[in-house]
Structure formats: structure tokens, C-alpha cells
Ligand binder design. Structure first.
Ligand code: SF4
Length: 171
């Protein structure tokens, strides 16, 4: 599949999206930039990345990267919008994959559950915090809490190759 040409170069158009979580996986991503930003600047068009810039646009993404669990109706709507705008979706970290540890409130006892009901109703929260995979199809997962940096680099390299931005390993 062809990537988008920017000037003479093709770049992978990516978005990074954070839902309910501690943002520890985003921190790993930022740490990786210390070593990789020079090459990524040539290879990646950061279309939507609030940790890097204030003006963002999620339309026409090649790859959306999602961290965090889904806690509200608004989250579900936004997640589905992301899926519609991205050719591929990669989820990173255990919160996105299985909900935990962001889904801690799912394990509250009956008394605590009752106490939080008014807050859940007021802010349109779901009865339970859910993993991303409950609502959309995803194309790949990077496990870990925080996410594995090695597996993230391998997955990203695969998408750079798939979209024709760089050669696949061994080519
Ligand atoms: S998986 Fe862990 S590090 Fe990543 S956002 Fe969730 S709690 Fe934070």
C-alpha cells in the first residue's frame, strides 16, 4: 500500500490518542524520540499528537496509535471516529488491551460502586471501564505496562514498510 508523498518523500501519517490511563505509554513514546526523532522527522507526519503540538487533524491517517481504556460514551464515539479515519489501528499498553490497571473501579465493592453512581451518571461514564478491543477492530497490539519499547519499534517499523516509507527488515 502506498504512503503519502510529502515533497519527494513518503511519510507515514500517524495519530497518537490517549484515553483513560496514566499516560505512561505516551511517556515511553516520548523517551524513544530522544533516540529516534531525527529519523522519524523524515519518515513520519505527526498528524495528530497532542503531546507534540496543539494543532491536530485526525483525517486521513495511515496509522492511529491508541493508549488507555474506554470509560465514557464520549470515549466510545471518539474511538469509532478514530477507527473511521485510520487505515490501521495499533493499541499500546495493557489498559487498551485488557482495561487494567485503568479499569480499577470495575473491582470496587458494592458500597463503593453505589457511591460513585451519581458521578458516573453526571459525566456519562460507562457502567464499566472497557478495553479498546470491545468497541473497534484493531490491527496490532503492543503489550506491557508500560508498553514494550522494543515491540513498539518493531510494530512501527512494520507499518513504515507496509506503507512504503522504508524497506522491510532484511530487504
Ligand atoms: S498500560 Fe500502564 S503505563 Fe500504559 S497507560 Fe496504562 S497504566 Fe499507564
Amino acid at each position: 500500500m502506498a504512503g503519502r508523498a510529502v515533497g519527494k518523500r513518503k511519510k507515514l501519517r500517524i495519530g497518537w490518542f490517549t484515553f483513560t490511563c496514566c499516560e505512561g505509554c505516551a511517556t515511553v513514546f516520548v523517551e524513544l524520540m530522544n533516540d529516534h526523532f531525527k529519523e522519524w522527522r523524515e519518515q513520519i507526519d505527526f498528524r495528530h499528537c497532542r503531546i507534540l503540538k496543539s494543532k491536530n487533524d485526525m483525517r486521513g491517517m495511515d496509522l492511529a496509535i491508541v493508549e488507555g481504556a474506554i470509560a465514557s460514551k464520549d470515549d466510545v464515539d471518539k474511538l469509532k471516529t478514530i477507527r473511521r479515519n485510520a487505515k490501521r489501528v495499533m493499541i499500546v499498553g495493557s489498559c487498551a488491551i485488557n482495561g487494567m490497571p485503568a479499569a480499577l473501579r470495575n473491582n470496587f465493592d458494592a458500597k463503593k460502586m453505589k457511591e460513585i453512581q451519581p458521578i458516573l451518571r453526571k459525566f456519562g461514564h460507562l457502567p464499566k471501564v472497557e478495553p479498546v478491543v470491545k468497541f473497534i477492530k484493531v490491527d496490532s497490539q503492543v503489550p506491557g505496562c508500560p508498553m514494550s519499547d522494543k515491540m513498539f519499534l518493531a510494530e512501527l517499523g512494520g507499518y513504515l514498510a507496509e506503507f512504503g516509507v522504508k524497506s522491510a527488515p532484511g530487504e
